[in-house]
Write a protein that binds this ligand. Structure first.
Ligand SMILES: [Zn+2]
Length: 300
C-alpha cells in the first residue's frame, strides 16, 4: 500500500468519523432545541385556541348578562306600572264610594235610567223582581256591565216570609229566570223591606233564619245606609235632597243608596244626583265580590 492510499483511507475514516459526529450533533440539536421548540409551538397554538374559546364563552356570558340586565329592567318597568295601577286602585278604595241600587224593577223607567247611567259611564246594581220584561232586561243589564241582584220574584211579604222553604222557592224561581236568559247566576240578594224589616214579624225569627241560610248557601245580602225615600212617596226634589244631603254629611267610605227604578221621580232626580256626587268627589261602583256587605240590625 502506497502512501497515497493510506492518506485516502485516513481521510475517509476522518470523513466517516466527522459524519458521525455531525449526525450526533444534529440529533442532539433536534432533541435539545428543535423538538422542544415545536412542542412549545404546539402548546402555544393549543393555549391560543383555548384562550379563544374562553374569550368566546366570556362574550357569551357578557351577552347573557346583558340580556339578563335587559330582562331585569323590563321586569322593573312592568313592576312600576303595576304599582301605579295598585296605587290608583288604593286611592279609589280610600276615596268615597257610592253604590246606586235600584229595587223592584225592571219597569217602564228602567231604560231611561240606563241611558242616564250610560251618559256618565256609571255602573249600578239592580235588585230585580219577576216583572214581565225581566228576561229582556237581564240580558241588557249584563251587556251594559251592571250588576243584577236578587230581590224577590213575587215581592209578596206575607208569602215569602211565611217560611224558609217558600222564601228560597221564590228566590230560586227569580234566579233561574235570570240565569236562563242572561247566563248569569247572581249571588247578591236584597231582602224585600231590608233585613231589618218588621213586616215579617208574623213569622217569629224568620229574618235571622233567612240571613244565616243565605250566607250558608254562599249568597251575600245587602241593605242600604242612605234611603232616597222614593218608595215612601218622595218627589223629585225630595229624592235629590235626601240623597245629596246624606252624601254631604257623610263620613262613611261606602254609601249604599236605596232607590227604585219603578218610580218616575227617581228617574227624574237621578242625573242631578250623579252630577253633584261626582263634583263632590264620589266614585260610583256596582256591587261585586269586593263590595263590603252593608247590613241593618235584624229585628226579627
Ligand atoms: Zn222592594
Amino acid at each position: 500500500m502506497n502512501n497515497k492510499k493510506k492518506i485516502l483511507i485516513i481521510i475517509l475514516i476522518l470523513v466517516i468519523i466527522s459524519g458521525f459526529i455531525t449526525l450526533k450533533n444534529l440529533f442532539k440539536l433536534y432533541v435539545n432545541k428543535i423538538k422542544p421548540y415545536y412542542d412549545l409551538q404546539y402548546k402555544y397554538i393549543g393555549l391560543k385556541n383555548k384562550n379563544l374559546k374562553i374569550k368566546k364563552s366570556i362574550n357569551k356570558e357578557n351577552q347573557k348578562s346583558k340580556d339578563n340586565e335587559k330582562m331585569l329592567s323590563e321586569i322593573k318597568e312592568k313592576r312600576e306600572k303595576l304599582e301605579k295601577i295598585i296605587n290608583k286602585y288604593e286611592i279609589k278604595e280610600n276615596s268615597k264610594i257610592v253604590y246606586l241600587t235600584f229595587d223592584d224593577g225592571p219597569s217602564i223607567y228602567t231604560d231611561d235610567i240606563l241611558n242616564i247611567l250610560d251618559k256618565y259611564n256609571i255602573k249600578a246594581t239592580f235588585f230585580v223582581t219577576c216583572s214581565s220584561n225581566l228576561e229582556e232586561f237581564s240580558k241588557k243589564l249584563m251587556k251594559k256591565g251592571h250588576t243584577i241582584g236578587l230581590h224577590s220574584c213575587t215581592h209578596n211579604y206575607s208569602y215569602i216570609y211565611s217560611s224558609k222553604e217558600v222564601y228560597f222557592d221564590d228566590l230560586n224561581k227569580l234566579s233561574s229566570i235570570i240565569e236562563k236568559s242572561s247566563g248569569y247566576k247572581s249571588k247578591y240578594v236584597r231582602f224585600p223591606g231590608g233585613s231589618s224589616n218588621t213586616v215579617s214579624k208574623f213569622n217569629k225569627g224568620i229574618m235571622s233564619e233567612l240571613s244565616k241560610e243565605l250566607t250558608n248557601k254562599g249568597y251575600k245580602y245587602f241593605d242600604w245606609n242612605i234611603d232616597s225615600n222614593d218608595a215612601k212617596g218622595a218627589n223629585k226634589e225630595q229624592i235629590y235632597s235626601n240623597v245629596i244631603g246624606s252624601l254631604e254629611n257623610n263620613d262613611r267610605n261606602i254609601s249604599m243608596i236605596l232607590m227604585h227604578d219603578t218610580k218616575v221621580y227617581t228617574k227624574d232626580a237621578l242625573e242631578k244626583i250623579i252630577i253633584d256626587a261626582l263634583n263632590m268627589g264620589y266614585t260610583f261602583l256596582n256591587i261585586s265580590d269586593n263590595t263590603k256587605e252593608v247590613h241593618h240590625y235584624i229585628n226579627n
